[in-house]
Write a protein that binds this ligand. Structure first.
Ligand SMILES: Cc1cc2nc3c(=O)[nH]c(=O)nc-3n(C[C@H](O)[C@H](O)[C@H](O)COP(=O)(O)OP(=O)(O)OC[C@H]3O[C@@H](n4cnc5c(N)ncnc54)[C@H](O)[C@@H]3O)c2cc1C
Length: 401
């Protein structure tokens, strides 16, 4: 089965694929075992412009379909590295879209060339799927700035990020703030031995009376929910594409193993029950890719229906990745059950995809709500839907420029 042709991205996809085959796949197992993506790989990703690819004026001229192809290919090689692209892109997008002049001047260049890495700091003990439980506070300091106090959990690449996008309560509602990770009022503690994306360099981040100036505020004092919605849309699109990459990787290693492993007098690929697993993987992967492609095209057209389309793509692709990874372990038998084997890594990483960027249950709620509201009539565009239990807001519609 051929991959879907991605408008404007075919040539780029070939370059992404060879980078992943040559640089990422041979070392992805080591990243996983070491619990870190090494700096030389991050530097190469940055040098290729991949970290700034979400920015319209960034170093790599990609449309959103092309961005999806990049994140799919990187996801095929290493979900931890893809997760760096995800959270960094979410922060870069938020600064580009809602940052003031000073913030854009200060950060867009370093975010585009990867000399500053971004991390997205939303989750807390009492705020997971439902962010209305956010407890971090940002109090006005009387000079236009804020003093932020709070504790953030499960922050991808929080161990090494330079710029934190932190969500905290202000008197006017939730605000989004840019915080330099090197600030002495920021403490970070590594989170190790996560089930999947083990090289995602997660951290707990504590802010204790962290002072920031007025330029740190991204959007208005009470418009953090819009920033969350917009950034999560980018994150979901990235994760959806990364899930297609996981499923594609599972398909490729399973087809290769089935073509060489002989049991019961025949190659595995000639056993019907193995062929069924491979067929399901191939068809599911292509279906998930098509949903991602649709979400990406709607983004490129500026169609607000992309929000629901992205939820559908993320929901479906996460399930596809989990099934494909389970079948990939099955096809490999015992050798696929060992740490360091790609099937085992895909299996662990795929489970995480059903939890992050809106769990599968969160997406079931969102999609069902949209279907019930609109009557389920097929359409190319739809009004913005509330995300993660947040109220609808005119300004949550997708905009790239
Ligand atoms: C590897 C990894 C990386 C992460 N990176 C980041 C990051 O960079 N930045 C960040 O801010 N956070 C990050 N997170 C946190 C992630 O966003 C949260 O784990 C996620 O939002 C779910 O929240 P929770 O873990 O508190 O689960 P909970 O919200 O407690 O949910 C637990 C279970 O209940 C279900 N559930 C919750 N609400 C409902 C409902 N209304 N209806 C039905 N079922 C429901 C969920 O689907 C889930 O199965 C990361 C997590 C992981 C595991």
């Amino acid at each position: 089965m051929r991959a879907v042709a991605a408008t404007g991205a075919d040539a780029s996809r070939a370059a992404f694929r060879s980078f992943v085959d040559e640089v990422v796949i041979p070392r992805a197992g080591d990243f996983d075992l070491a619990g870190a993506v090494p700096p030389d790989v991050v530097a190469e990703v940055a040098a290729r412009g991949y970290l700034g690819a979400v920015l319209p004026d960034g170093p790599l001229p990609l449309d959103m379909v092309g961005l999806g192809a990049l994140h799919e290919e990187v996801g095929r090689g290493c979900s931890s590295l893809r997760s760096l692209l995800t959270v960094h892109s979410m922060v870069a997008f938020a600064v580009h879209r809602w940052g003031g002049d000073a913030a854009r001047e200060r950060w867009l260049g370093p975010l585009a060339d990867g000399s500053a890495l971004g991390a997205f700091c939303l989750t807390e003990s009492g705020a997971g799927s439902d962010v209305t439980g956010l407890a971090a506070t940002a109090e006005e300091d009387g000079r236009g700035g804020y003093v932020i106090t709070g504790h953030k959990r499960w922050i991808t690449f929080g161990q090494v990020a330079d710029l934190l996008l932190v969500f905290a309560r202000t008197g006017a509602g939730i605000g989004a703030f840019l915080v330099e990770a090197a600030d002495p009022a920021v403490r970070r503690a590594p989170v190790r031995d996560v089930l999947g994306t083990r090289a995602g360099m997660l951290a707990e981040i504590t802010l204790i009376g962290c002072r920031v100036g007025p330029e740190a505020l991204v959007g208005g004092p009470g418009t953090g929910l819009n920033v969350i919605t917009g950034a999560l849309d980018v994150g979901r699109y990235s994760v959806a594409a990364g899930c297609v990459g996981i499923a594609q990787g599972c398909l490729e290693i399973s087809a290769a193993h089935a073509a060489t492993r002989r049991q019961g007098g025949a190659l595995l690929k000639d056993h019907q029950l193995v062929r069924r697993m491979i067929t399901r993987m191939a068809v599911d992967t292509e279906a998930a890719r098509l949903l991602c492609l649709r979400a990406g095209r709607l983004k490129d057209e500026g169609d607000p229906g992309t929000l629901v389309a992205t939820c559908a793509a993320k929901y479906f692709a996460a399930g596809v990745a989990a099934r494909a990874a389970s079948d990939a372990v099955q096809v490999h038998g015992a050798v696929g059950c060992v740490d360091g084997h790609p099937a085992a890594r895909y299996y662990r990483d795929a489970k995480v995809m059903e939890i992050i960027e809106g769990s599968s249950q969160v997406h079931e709620n969102l999609i069902a709500e949209d279907v019930c509201r609109t009557g389920g009539v097929p359409r190319s565009a739809s009004p913005a839907v509330p995300l993660q239990g947040l109220p609808p807001d005119e300004t949550t519609r997708w905009e790239i420029a």
